[in-house]
Write a protein that binds this ligand. Structure first.
Ligand SMILES: Cc1ncc(COP(=O)(O)O)c(C=O)c1O
Length: 320
């Protein structure tokens, strides 16, 4: 928190924290995997760069560089003795002033990590999930900033998520302002038809997912055609395959949307190929994608003596 390592139970904020009242925060998410070349944070720098861009979009000056945040994330994983975990960096307007002008409130920077399994369930990765097109539209670029990963913006996703869960589905699919397919509540989406992979483009109010970039590159490297364009709602139902991607959810097949069975009702052939290739990438089994892995402790180095989770103490020089 703001440059110091604090025990889990002491990682607290004041009730008048600005971000708590007005949603004035931005966050990101990374996963660290136990890879073939040691525990490694997947695309650490890209996520932190997006965090700083999100902060800039909401006029929040961050007192740390990408390199300092990167070092903090790495040290956080090591100090907690974790080989595989989820990492949540958040930048928010803190305690100091109330009212809608946030500019005088301090900007707090925190990173936390914990063990977190498959976000949409382990079974969903193998059999596919059931999704529902939400009655809520994805936030409009005329009101908010879909490209920013901002805390307040996620009330939209929370409404869609609750609606889908209460209706008995695992995930919601949001359409954009114009009624085109946008994304899940925390995942980008892809449609496969006649061997071509189609995904909404930047103009469709998507979050520019880091996993999306990785999946598109892997797919193209494997020789698939990937097209970024607007997708009509009916194209979801008519697809041969649909899948989603995100840091929390990873790569997840979708087997049913609005009670229409997608393709054969099982994860499709291209989805399965991409899923395997993506897992090879994140677990360090494909040398060409090693550049995506920020190795925290090289596999052949002797393990250090990490503190027990939550007991790390103050003054990490790495975070300034
Ligand atoms: C709304 C939304 N879309 C897409 C994504 C996927 O982005 P990424 O792959 O960078 O995690 C996320 C998760 O971060 C998200 O919250």
């Amino acid at each position: 928190m703001n440059g110091r390592f604090v025990p889990w139970e002491d990682a607290k904020v004041h009730v008048l924290t600005h971000g708590l009242h007005y949603g004035t925060g931005v966050f990101d998410s990374m996963r660290c995997y136990e890879t073939a070349i040691g525990p490694a944070i997947f695309r650490n720098v890209e996520h932190l760069e997006r965090l700083l861009r999100s902060a800039e979009l909401y006029y929040m000056p961050v007192g740390f560089t990408v390199e300092q945040l990167r070092a903090a994330a790495r040290e956080l994983v090591v100090r907690n003795g974790l080989r595989s975990c989820y990492i949540r960096p958040i930048v928010n307007r803190g305690y100091g002033t109330m009212g809608l002008n946030p500019l005088e409130a301090p900007v707090d920077v925190t990173l936390a990590c914990w063990e977190w399994g498959a976000y949409l369930g382990e079974e969903g990765k193998h059999t596919g999930i059931r999704a529902k097109v939400s009655s809520w539209r994805r936030i409009s670029p005329q009101s908010l900033i879909p490209h920013a990963k901002a805390s307040g913006q996620y009330l939209n996703n929370v409404l869609a998520k609750i609606e889908s869960l209460k209706a008995g589905y695992e995930e919601a699919i949001l359409l954009d302002d114009a009624g085109h397919v946008c994304e899940g509540t925390g995942e980008n989406i892809y449609v496969v038809r006649d061997g071509e992979i189609v995904t909404p483009g930047q103009h469709n109010s998507i979050l520019d997912g880091i996993t999306r970039r990785s999946v598109i590159q892997i797919a193209r490297d494997l020789g698939y055609s990937v097209v970024e364009r607007s997708i009509a709602r009916a194209e979801l139902y008519l697809a041969d395959e649909v899948f989603m991607s995100g840091t929390a959810a990873e790569l997840v097949p979708v087997r049913e949307i609005d009670d229409h069975v997608i393709g054969s009702g099982k994860p499709g052939e291209i989805t399965n190929v991409l899923l395997a290739a993506f897992e090879d990438a994140i677990y360090g089994r494909t040398p060409r994608y090693h550049e995506w892995l920020d190795v925290v402790e090289p596999a052949d180095s002797a393990p250090s003596e990490p503190a027990a989770p939550g007991t790390a103490t103050a003054d990490a020089s790495a975070t300034g």
